[in-house]
Design a protein around this ligand. Structure first.
Ligand SMILES: NC(=O)c1ccc[n+]([C@@H]2O[C@H](COP(=O)([O-])OP(=O)(O)OC[C@H]3O[C@@H](n4cnc5c(N)ncnc54)[C@H](OP(=O)(O)O)[C@@H]3O)[C@@H](O)[C@H]2O)c1
Length: 280
């Protein structure tokens, strides 16, 4: 926890960075919990990450978040990588230790699971097969967190089959790979569907998938949060599915970071949610 007499500082490093919602989220919490400090956006090019991270300690920062393109590069820079971040393959949060060394964490999986539990408190990862569309960075966080919650069968569908096969090799059971053309059939008997691709995001085509075989009791979630309700979620809502958008993941991943830096586990209040919704 930061020193009580110090102006509290944290930030996000990315390129680009001005689209990040993190400053709004963390500055809201700093004010809400009566903490004096700031959370700032830093536009850092790939080649500047090492120097920028090493500057955190001398400048008195408690830590920072990392966004595109730094989440993988940070591995080689921080002094210790948390085992969960290592399995996910990315660092999205850096914490400055009391001696000035740097710890790397990844809270995206935590954020994802919290967002599902918020919408469906009785949800269990082992309720039935889970279909994950996509095999990128977001998918890795979702997969690791679902596997850790006891998912027994995860069906991965990705446009580039080799990437899905690589994840199956890396994580082993419970992952099964389905071809992109099999994405509609892969929904048969599933308890949950997750889109982790960028399809459905503003400026991108929608995810082309027919939901006919998905049982109506299945939860449909999308980690895309701009727009808040992607065409996939809209179609699922029409069929009567419980839907979860990507905003919860974004909001909840920020909580353990704030806690690690400033010693308070913050809440996702309706006011905060509304504030961030107004930006999407
Ligand atoms: N809510 C949150 O907190 C949160 C957190 C992380 C990410 N996200 C969102 O999740 C999305 C993905 O992010 P990411 O970091 O995982 O990206 P990424 O690592 O670049 O992965 C992109 C994924 O989308 C697939 N894809 C892209 N265009 C496609 C197309 N035209 N047809 C089929 N598949 C396509 C890729 O398939 P290939 O392998 O075939 O290229 C890959 O599986 C973004 O919209 C991001 O904003 C949200």
């Amino acid at each position: 926890m930061a020193h009580p007499d110090r102006y509290l500082l944290a930030g996000v490093m990315g390129w680009p960075v001005m689209h990040s919602r993190s400053p709004k989220i963390h500055n809201y919490w700093l004010a809400r919990y009566g903490l004096v400090g700031s959370y700032l956006p830093f536009a850092i090019k790939a080649g500047g990450l090492d120097a920028a991270l090493r500057a955190l300690a001398p400048l008195g920062f408690a830590g920072c978040n990392l966004t595109i393109p730094h989440k993988e590069a940070a591995f080689a820079i921080v002094d210790r990588v948390d085992p969960l971040a290592r399995r996910i393959g990315a660092v999205n949060c850096v914490v400055v230790a009391p001696d000035g060394t740097l710890d790397g964490y990844n809270h995206d999986g935590f954020g994802y699971i919290e967002s599902i539990l918020e919408a469906a408190p009785n949800w269990h990862a082992d309720a039935g097969p889970i279909v994950v569309i996509g095999a990128g960075g977001g998918a890795r966080a979702v997969l690791v967190s679902l596997a850790d919650r006891g998912a027994r069968e995860i069906r991965i569908v990705n446009r580039t089959a080799a990437r899905a096969q690589e994840l199956a090799r890396e994580f082993g059971a419970p992952i099964r790979v389905f071809a992109w053309e099999e994405r509609h059939a892969a929904l048969a008997g599933a308890a949950m569907l997750v889109n982790t691709t960028s399809l459905g995001m503003v400026g991108q085509p929608p995810l082309d998938i027919t939901l006919d075989l998905l049982p109506t009791a299945a939860i449909v979630s999308d980690i895309v949060y701009v727009p808040r309700y992607t065409p996939l979620l809209a179609a699922a809502q029409v069929r009567g599915h419980r839907v979860v958008n990507g905003l919860g993941m974004l909001l909840h991943q920020a909580r353990p970071a704030f806690h690690a830096w400033f010693g308070v586990m913050p809440e996702v209040t309706p006011e905060l949610r509304a504030m961030i919704e107004a930006t999407t």
